[in-house]
Design a protein around this ligand. Structure first.
Ligand SMILES: [Zn+2]
Ligand SMILES: [Zn+2]
Length: 797
């Protein structure tokens, strides 16, 4: 009410007689932004070409086109464009007048008899199709209008004063009568006898039938086009002339455009496109709603002298906030007229709910009655987010009210997300049965997975092609990897009694892999920060996803053995401290995206310890110490990882499995640091590296000596014996006796690599010969060679 009073005082709130979108079921006018909410594509409607016979030239007709036959009983005039060339054509024994550019609407043979200047048509009278509308002023003649085009129709526009925005404006300008033939429920009035009481859309076929019988229908067919429906109840909307209340937003159009340009729109094209276009074609805000529930329009009118007053607070009514300010109570409140002393009563209108939502910045603080300081700090908002459908809804109402009240936009930054569609890119709807219940998604995969999907799936502004499988994919691709990495750390840390409060190994003394991970984390923090500063969550989310993948598939996989080692040396402490630090910082980076899993990790690792916050959501954004930075190491590690990928692909092409050691690889790079070279050789299972040439390529020495062959077979044997242990139901830590029978290359490999195989398979003894009864025995087959192997569990005491 306070806001409306401000607008009233600026003389921007007025009562007007206008054609507005109107819902005949709810019996209320709607605003053009509500109209924008309910457009449906592919709606089938009539498309009719109607004949208006000239009064002084029998059997000569103006042809006019409409998709709303129900407006024909309300016809009062025909409009032509002064600069459009018209023609008179003859077809059979009838003549038609239409735009020369629209001759294609005629069916069959015709002769053009004459070119017609639009000026000569002005004032020409025609016989009305129906006589139910009794005009109180001259009607049923041709006028000129600047909105007539030859893009469709016939170049002659049927004008029904009460049922079109242009029609009403034209009729008021030309002094043509504006009379209703349809009531507020969208039904023909009693005087329109043949269609009386019929809902207009139901009357369409009857009107077509009637005009066809009377020979006044030139052509009747159907078209599919876009038509607005009520967003509230789904009824087709009518354009209907009414007296109702408006906000004169057109008076602040330039300011709105200027303020829109001050907003940081993400993506920018919503601001420069959809919103800018909307503001360019702005009409006054249709504010009235004829409903029962909602905010009453606080305008009181004097019964005697028509004096009007806008009320800006409950105090002005002698009421308090404890009083019910809704209908019907508010309608009983009368005010004395300051002019004549008569009784003032409230108009019955309520206001557009989008005005309520646009009032949020002021209303949430009950400003200006309370919280003046708080409001000044918080307005305009730093950031809001909603779907693209709110451009003409909430975004507009916030912008309009902010501009009218404070001459500035109500928000500085806005993220506009696209629409959630089904997997095939169709809108979710009841009729297609393709909507997904959000509660089902969240109970199946969790709120974090659902959130991560929406953060990471598409670039901001694009539509989502959503289904359950894509959220499941988030779990598999990201959350499980994160959780398993955390789980790996948590298990070993517990077993080893790792204490994060212990003296930290200085970063420069940590293993190369640790220093690499910290360097990667430092860059990840900076990248995520930059994306978030730019209001770009998808880029931040994808960066975090890449980091977690690096952490799991490179750092943890390569470091596993460092955590297994039983002695607690400096290298192991370095690994623990590094992974701990990274997981704590990662939980902080993830907190805005996945609040639950990040809180769980933080609670278990850090909360409340060594001066850390009680919750990840209370902790500060992580800052990487400068000594984490190591771009040289990052660069070298990325070279190693690229070489590993190239090397594995080369092995694959040559048909050499990774278990088969190779003698050497020649790398076209400058020599790697020895530690990194060791990683490369271990990953590729190669004995030595040589450096020659440049360009980043790599050549494998594929010659396999008998010695290398035996080593490869030994690795195969380890794998097969591990499988046999598992099949025999042994526990991971069970010791065994290993027996083998047979000759040939497998036996040779086993003997040559006896110690290695014994260590890997936890065999306390390896013997040639038959196993005792009760042993698990299998004939192992590797590359066409056989070896009979038995395993026996050694009893533990
Ligand atoms: Zn409705
Ligand atoms: Zn009065």
């Amino acid at each position: 009410w306070w806001i409306l009073k401000q607008i009233w005082d600026k003389q921007l709130l007025y009562q007007g007689f206008k054609v507005v979108p109107y819902c005949p079921r709810d019996q209320t006018p709607l605003s053009s932004h509500e109209l924008a909410l309910g457009y449906q594509d592919d709606v089938e409607d009539p498309s009719v070409y109607v004949k208006f016979e000239l009064e002084d030239e029998p059997r000569t007709y103006f042809l006019a086109w409409t998709t709303t036959p129900w407006t024909l009983p309300g016809n009062v005039a025909l409009a032509v464009g002064l600069d459009i060339p018209y023609v008179r054509v003859r077809q059979g024994d009838e003549r038609y007048i239409l735009a020369k550019a629209r001759l294609s609407v005629l069916e069959g043979e015709y002769q053009v008899e004459a070119e017609v200047d639009a000026k000569t048509l002005l004032g020409k009278r025609y016989k009305p199709l129906y006589s139910y509308l009794v005009p109180d002023k001259p009607a049923f003649y041709v006028v000129d209008a600047d909105f007539v085009s030859v893009e469709d129709g016939t170049g002659i526009v049927h004008t029904a004063a009460a049922y079109g925005v242009d029609d009403l404006e034209l009729s008021l300008k030309k002094g043509i009568p504006v009379r209703h033939v349809v009531d507020l429920a969208g039904r023909f009035r009693p005087e329109v006898e043949p269609f009386a009481g019929l809902f207009v859309k139901k009357a369409d076929p009857k009107i077509i039938e009637d005009l066809t019988q009377r020979g006044l229908m030139y052509r009747a067919e159907t078209i599919r086009h876009t038509y607005p429906f009520c967003w509230r109840c789904g009824t087709p909307l009518l354009y209907y002339a009414l007296t109702s209340w408006f906000i004169k937003t057109t008076a602040v159009k330039d300011e709105l455009i200027r303020n829109n340009n001050l907003v940081n729109w993400v993506p920018p094209y919503v601001g420069t496109g959809r919103m800018a276009n909307w503001l360019e074609t702005l009409v006054d805000w249709s504010l009235s709603r004829w409903r029962y529930w909602g905010t009453p329009l606080p305008i009181w009118v004097c019964e005697q002298c028509d004096e009007r007053r806008c009320v800006g607070s409950v105090a002005e009514l002698g009421l308090t906030l404890n009083d019910d300010l809704h209908r019907p109570y508010i309608d009983r409140v009368t005010l004395p007229c300051a002019k004549c002393g008569g009784a003032m009563r409230r108009v019955t209108d309520l206001i557009d709910v989008w005005f309520d939502s646009g009032s949020m910045p002021v209303a949430q603080y009950h400003y200006p009655f309370e919280n003046e300081e708080l409001f000044k700090v918080r307005f305009p908002a730093d950031f809001i987010a909603e779907g693209v459908d709110q451009t003409r809804g909430w975004f507009f109402s916030l912008l309009a009210i902010g501009t009218m009240l404070f001459k500035q936009p109500a928000f500085k930054n806005v993220i506009v997300n696209g629409t959630v569609l089904d997997k095939q890119g169709r809108k979710m709807s009841k009729s297609l049965k393709n909507s997904v219940d959000p509660m089902e998604v969240m109970s199946k995969f969790g709120a974090d997975a659902t959130r991560w999907y929406f953060f990471s799936a598409v670039t901001i502004g694009n539509d989502y092609r959503f289904d359950l499988a894509s959220v499941q994919d988030v779990v598999r691709r990201f959350l499980l990897i994160l959780w398993n990495t955390y789980g790996f750390f948590a298990n070993y840390a517990r077993l080893d009694g790792f204490d994060p409060a212990g003296a930290a190994v200085p970063v420069r003394e940590r293993a190369q892999l640790d220093r690499w991970l910290l360097a990667e984390l430092a860059v990840a923090i900076a990248d995520v920060e930059k994306a978030m500063e730019a209001y770009d969550p998808p880029t931040a989310a994808r960066r975090l996803e890449a980091f977690v993948l690096d952490l799991s598939t490179w750092y943890v996989r390569r470091s596993r053995r460092r955590f297994w080692k039983s002695e607690s040396d400096a290298d192991k402490r370095s690994a623990y401290q590094t992974l701990y630090q990274v997981l704590v910082n990662l939980s902080q980076l993830l907190a805005p995206f996945t609040p639950f899993v990040s809180e769980t990790i933080y609670q278990n690792l850090a909360a409340g310890r060594q001066g850390q916050s009680e919750s990840v959501h209370l902790s500060d954004w992580p800052v990487a110490p400068t000594d984490w930075r190591d771009d040289e190491l990052r660069q070298q590690m990325s070279v190693v990882r690229r070489l590993v990928a190239t090397g594995l692909a080369a092995r694959n092409t040559a048909g050499l499995k990774v278990r088969q050691p190779l003698r050497a690889v020649t790398i076209a790079e400058r020599p790697l640091d020895p530690g990194l070279e060791a990683i490369l050789l271990e990953e590729l299972n190669i004995k030595a590296a040589r450096y020659q040439g440049e360009g980043g390529g790599l050549t494998l020495d594929t010659e396999i000596s008998p010695e290398l062959k035996l080593e490869g077979l030994a690795r195969d044997l380890v794998r097969k014996i591990q499988e046999l242990r598992k099949q025999s139901g042994f526990a991971v830590e069970d010791r065994i006796h290993l027996f083998y029978e047979g000759d040939g290359v497998l036996a040779e490999a086993l003997e040559r690599w006896r110690d290695y195989i014994a260590t890997e398979t936890l065999a306390v003894a390896v013997a040639r010969g038959a196993a005792p009864t009760g042993a698990s025995t299998e004939t192992l087959q590797i590359e066409g060679n056989d070896l009979r192997v038995s395993v026996v569990r050694v009893a533990t005491n």
